[in-house]
Write a protein that binds this ligand. Sequence first.
Ligand SMILES: [Zn+2]
Ligand SMILES: [Zn+2]
Length: 413
Amino acid sequence: MNKSAFPKKVLILGSGALKIGEAGEFDYSGSQAIKALKEEGIKTILVNPNIATNQTSKNLANEVYFLPVNPYFVEKVIAAERPDAILLSFGGQTALNCGLELDKKGVFKKYGVEVLGEESPIAEAQVIQLFSRIFKSLNVKVLVEVNSIGCKRCRPVYKKLLSAYYRARSRQVCEDCRKRSGANILRVLDCKEEKCQIIKRGAPPIVDHLCEGCRNHFKLFLEFIEGLDLPFTLNHYLVRGLDYYTRTVFEFLPEDFGKMDDETSHAQVALGGGGRYDHLIEILGGRPTPALGAALGIERVIELMKQHSPEEGVEKRPLVFLVQLGELAKKKSLQVFDDFVKCHIPIAESFGKENIKSQLSIANKLQVTYALILGHKEALEGTIILRDMVSGKQETIAISDVAREVKKRLVRR
Ligand SMILES: [Zn+2]
Ligand SMILES: [Zn+2]
């Protein structure tokens, strides 16, 4: 993109709601994007339902909407804000799916919104760097494995080559690997059977069969990542499970992965991973748009954190659940959330859910002591409803006092 074509106002989609007990997608890379855009003098509007993440830190984006990342709400934001462009590659799968949905509905066309991508391999290096920083801050030591799996031009050629190699050795591999010729041939590289491992070691590596564009991209990527001073290894057989990945793929593994027994597969222990998916938007009917993303398996990361530092950093079971209803309430929720964090009271929310029943049922499942209910009326009055989840008793308190009040009561229990 040349500089004169830079947009003036950009909409950035964060990831979906982070819910306890589910793997979530971190969106730290988005905050870096926001900083970079701001430096260029571009106005940023962020849609992100997670008030606890880095992206939503105060004054980061020019405007933040605490709304679910779904086509319904995002279209409303587009209609209200009229951005020139949208960035989909920072919110993981949720943002991407939402973008595809909006594209299909013709929303981007209707409002003249351009979908922006990032073509340079520096984007992958940045995502890896950011994730490494997250792991470092959590005291989790990781190993990064990288590979290129080519593009729609060179990958089919490589697949044919690999198929031929395996066909010639079909008696020496397991039943599954025999079946994987054709569309699934890359999956043979994931096989954990001992006899297949031996065959795999002799298989042609994909990096030797990349087209010129992919080769240059990968070379440049390696240069970037070498400059980052973090440990990485080239794994010629890393393919990731999804077909829509193109070029760079990467995975974060526990540092001692090499010492684990051979039966342990990447899929079992990977702490996260990602890659580029330049063709995905096109495959689904959109314009060709470079994109990339990564996700963390939060539960595995927390497991490792517990092993390394049993006291610190472990997410505590929430004692309070915040239920919010309506736009104004959502905006006010931020302050409430902040107050509880400051008072060290573990609090949970589910901004992805819209009605009170589904939110209270999550509160029930989490077995919290109190639920806070913030509706439109309360938000206007500056109050909040405190519900004792054991007795079912409810009372209305001033929003500014609620964290201190709950703390007092929790101590008394
Ligand atoms: Zn290629
Ligand atoms: Zn096998």
